[in-house]
Design a protein around this ligand. Sequence first.
Ligand SMILES: Cc1cc2nc3c(=O)[nH]c(=O)nc-3n(C[C@H](O)[C@H](O)[C@H](O)COP(=O)(O)O)c2cc1C
Length: 177
Amino acid sequence: MAKILLLYATTDGQTLRICQRLQQVAESQGNEVTLLPLQDWKSVDLAPFDKIVLGASIRYGKHSPLLHDFVQQRRAVLEHKPSAFFSVNVVARKPEKNQPNTNPYVLKFLKRTRWQPQQLAVFAGKIEYPKLGVLDRQMIRFIMWVTKGPTDPTGTFEFTDWARVDAFGKEISDMGG
Ligand SMILES: Cc1cc2nc3c(=O)[nH]c(=O)nc-3n(C[C@H](O)[C@H](O)[C@H](O)COP(=O)(O)O)c2cc1C
């Protein structure tokens, strides 16, 4: 059994839902999982955890600045314990951009931080048009139109491949020291 810390940065909840699924999988493998928002990272003692997993979504081309802060400030710990990272974005709905080594946001993040997590993943997210504000809705519809995605403003579109989330849950359970 390992103690796993799952830290997430979400805006509309999809990254949290993915973390909850990862938690279920890792717990079913006998691990003890603590799930916390990245906002809380400064008050968290990382010492008791055997493994650290970070997940964050993309909004207008960027992960949360909290993610970068955490990786910078806790670099030593991340390099000494098994760690994993995943990104959530809609570009990953495209087969040619749905792997850590083909997704532009993951590649950019790894290049910028030079952190080398043991496990990496990228998951396609969800667009819930009715829940977005007018400006965001129009922006996303425009981006979707350009990239040949769905534009119905009354629609909700989930692109997340949950079988891949489950597989990543097993990978983080198996990752060693
Ligand atoms: C306002 C807004 C901006 C977004 N910008 C991007 C983007 O630049 N690139 C991308 O691939 N996905 C983008 N997305 C898609 C999100 O990454 C996707 O909706 C994801 O599921 C959000 O996860 P969260 O609910 O955990 O924040 C955007 C979504 C919204 C609502």
